[in-house]
Write a protein that binds this ligand. Structure first.
Ligand code: ADP
Ligand code: MG
Length: 685
């Protein structure tokens, strides 16, 4: 048998069982080996019957000393039998398990684990797990620390245990150690076969902890190395990008507002970065509307002023263009040229822009990922800023970084993620947080209503427009299918135009529009020439129109919390009171819970925590969303220390042998390549 063989090659597994195993994502022999228990039940203390404790789980050994009686009572069948351990008798009962009568063999010895209760002044064990004592076979479900696996009710724990035991018996001595010896010794980790054996069937508590420690480390360590492989390992290398002139008075003077303390603190971090002579890799995290753009502008100003180029990349055309307009307005006054680059730009415009990027006359280059295309050569790129980082793949970040020699990089994101996840994803970055919103913001009121409120909601939007304020309507998505979606935005806008908002200026925007059209609509919306903008989620991130004060989200149940938070963040960006209306008729419990959470909370960090809670343990950390494979054993919540250690060891290893070519790292390299080839397509960080 090979590790890569299908489970069908295991004895006692036929097509039907294989199907059930597939439901648990188990396809190969190795999948079985790495299907770790989700919990354990310590049944290692075997009691004498006379010592058993009432109202607790007990494990006892006894001989069957009577026939099993099936007693019908009302709707249930009670199976009852007596056992004897040489000193004391005990009654055991099962409910609706008539087959027990055939399963238990008279006068044979069994081991039972079950809860003991008192009935009619007598102790009775109820519905225990039982196993025959057979000296040729190890007991898997009793008399030891017993593994409990996640399973479907179609596949009993007993069967799973037996399957896993069979595989271990055959494969255990073929399991290879792939962690380098040096690491095993330095951190006193147990070897892999021991770990695998004892994670499934621990000899004792100590062996279990030893096994778990190693496997948790192994898992986190492999993920960390895989991430380095994907996104490159960011070393704070020396840089010859020389930032001497850090005077920002000119730009501060023309800003329409005073920087908040939170913003100043972030700038100070970056100032210190500049003085270190090392390549900057910094993440700026700040909730929606906290004012990240101005930080990008000021830092871009410093870098441009010192003669270097700056690239700013945004995930959508619409946002890139908004940034371009904003930067241009500001930098025109400072005599610094900005250009816009986008994949769907007209050829002539694009050519001109590219020319200015390569001859260095454009100091600030703003666009979508068109910026990272090969044809574009910066003359002297000094800084790369990525807005809404979570929307980009890591690969893109790396490519972008390669344009110049090693430009400074700053990434900005509004999506708060749990600390441990941040450590994994951005462990190699320095992090600054904008922890306060600009002054004068009012709380956005969030209302959760069903479709019986349409009339009132429409009235509310009309009143809002009468007061010269604007609104977004996020269009109900009828189909997942893009074509249908498009049709529904257009048809819906038309309907609203004709039947509801005929006295108002209402337009729509969607992803399939040509850029010019999109831009035209957005320009008019920025200028206040459109009262109501019907939109798909193209406006989800970054869009900033402070005069927009209502966000109406239809079919709100279709969005996740972080998306809703982003959408809501399109309003409340000025001093005016703003509202977010979540419209939904969904009866789905999870959807209702999400929407209620949106009503109760506005802080992005709290929302992200609630979101993770709601997702449940399967994807507790939302790692899947970030493309990290689901953890088999590590618990990111509890294993923070292990994570830090794994990170440190991975970094040490990388510094010494980045390609893992040294002899002692060969097996590790093989293992990583194996996983990498399997997972490559799934990882989209
Ligand atoms: P985000 O962090 O979501 O990118 P933006 O940078 O778009 O936020 O800023 C949101 C709004 O807050 C913008 O209208 C911006 O002009 C305004 N803003 C940013 N900083 C300040 C400040 N210090 N004082 C007042 N308003 C500010
Ligand atoms: Mg932004």
């Amino acid at each position: 048998m090979l590790f890569s063989d299908s489970v069908l090659s295991i004895k006692n597994i036929g097509k039907e069982r294989a199907k059930k195993l597939e439901k648990l994502n188990i396809y190969t022999v190795n999948d079985i080996i790495e299907y770790f228990p989700r919990a354990y039940d310590d049944r290692s203390n075997i009691s004498k019957i006379k010592d058993i404790e009432k109202d607790k789980k007990n494990t006892v050994i006894g001989r069957i000393v009577g026939t099993v009686q099936n007693i019908k009572s009302k709707n249930i069948t009670i199976s009852k039998v007596k056992i004897f351990d040489g000193e004391t008798y005990l009654d055991i009962v099962w409910y609706n398990r008539a087959y027990i009568k055939k399963a238990l063999i008279y006068s044979r010895e069994y081991i039972f684990t079950g809860k003991v209760i008192e009935k009619y002044d007598k102790l009775v064990m109820e519905s225990p797990d039982y196993e025959i004592i057979d000296n040729t076979k190890e007991n898997l479900s009793n008399g030891r620390i017993v593994p409990i696996y996640s399973s479907t009710n179609k596949l009993s724990q007993k069967i799973l245990r037996a399957i896993i035991k069979d595989v271990l018996d055959e494969m255990l001595d073929k399991i290879e150690e792939f962690l380098p010896k040096g690491i095993l010794e330095k951190y006193n980790f147990c070897d892999r076969p021991f770990a695998i054996e004892n994670i499934h069937f621990p000899k004792d508590e100590e062996s279990f902890f030893k096994a778990r420690e190693r496997l948790v480390f192994e898992e986190l360590f492999l993920i960390q190395i895989m991430l380095f492989k994907i996104k490159g390992f960011i070393e704070n290398k020396e840089t010859d990008i020389n930032i001497e002139d850090k005077d920002i008075n000119d730009i501060i003077e023309i800003l329409p507002f005073k920087l908040t303390l939170a913003q100043q603190k972030v700038l100070e971090d970056i100032y210190i970065d500049f003085s270190k002579g090392k390549v900057i890799n910094r993440l700026i995290q700040g909730d929606v509307g906290s004012g990240k753009t101005v930080i990008a502008q000021i830092v871009a100003y410093i870098v441009a002023k010192n003669g270097y180029q700056v690239g700013l990349m945004a995930p959508t055309d619409v946002l890139a263009k908004q940034h371009f307009e904003g930067f241009k307005k500001l930098f025109d006054k400072l005599g610094i040229e900005c250009v816009f680059l986008s994949g769907s730009q007209r050829a002539k415009e694009k050519k001109e822009a590219i020319a200015k990027v390569s001859d260095g006359s454009a100091k600030i280059v703003i666009g979508t990922n068109a910026i990272i295309q090969d044809k574009i050569n910066f003359k002297n790129l000094g800084l790369v800023i990525t807005d809404e980082q979570h929307r980009f793949g890591v690969r893109q970040r790396e490519d972008f970084g390669e344009k110049g020699k090693s430009p400074h990089t700053i990434v900005m994101t509004a999506t708060p993620i749990p600390r441990t996840l941040a450590l994994i994803l951005y462990g190699d970055l320095d992090i600054s947080v904008i922890d306060k919103l600009p002054p004068g913001r009012q709380k956005i009121d969030t209302l959760y209503v069903n479709s019986t409120y349409y009339e009132r909601v429409y009235k509310f939007l009309k009143n809002n427009a009468d007061e010269k304020r604007q609104a977004y309507i996020i269009c109900p998505m009828i189909e997942e299918n893009e074509k249908m979606e498009l049709k529904s935005v257009l048809a819906y806008t038309q309907k609203l135009k004709e039947e509801v908002f005929y006295n108002y200026r209402i337009e729509c925007i969607h992803g399939k529009m040509k850029n010019d059209e999109k831009q035209d609509i957005m320009d008019r919306f920025y200028k206040g020439e459109i009262d109501i903008l019907v939109s798909t989620t193209v406006i989800e991130v970054g869009i900033n129109v402070p005069n927009a004060t209502i966000m109406l989200i239809e079919n709100a149940e279709r969005f996740g919390i972080s998306q809703l938070h982003q959408l809501r963040g399109r309003v409340g960006r000025g001093a005016e009171k703003s509202y977010c209306i979540l419209l939904s008729d969904s009866k789905n419990k999870a959807s209702i819970a999400r929407l209620k959470i949106m009503v109760e909370h506005s802080d992005g960090f709290i929302l992200s925590e609630k979101d993770l809670e709601l997702r449940g343990s399967g994807d507790f950390f939302g790692t899947r969303q970030h493309g990290i494979p689901e953890m088999k054993i590590a618990n990111l919540y509890k294993d923070t220390e292990a994570l830090k250690l794994a990170q440190k060891v991975a970094i040490d290893l990388y510094r010494k042998d980045a390609n893992l070519d040294m002899l002692e790292n060969i097996l590790l390299k093989q293992k990583i390549e194996e996983i990498f080839n399997q997972k490559q397509n799934n990882i989209t960080l």
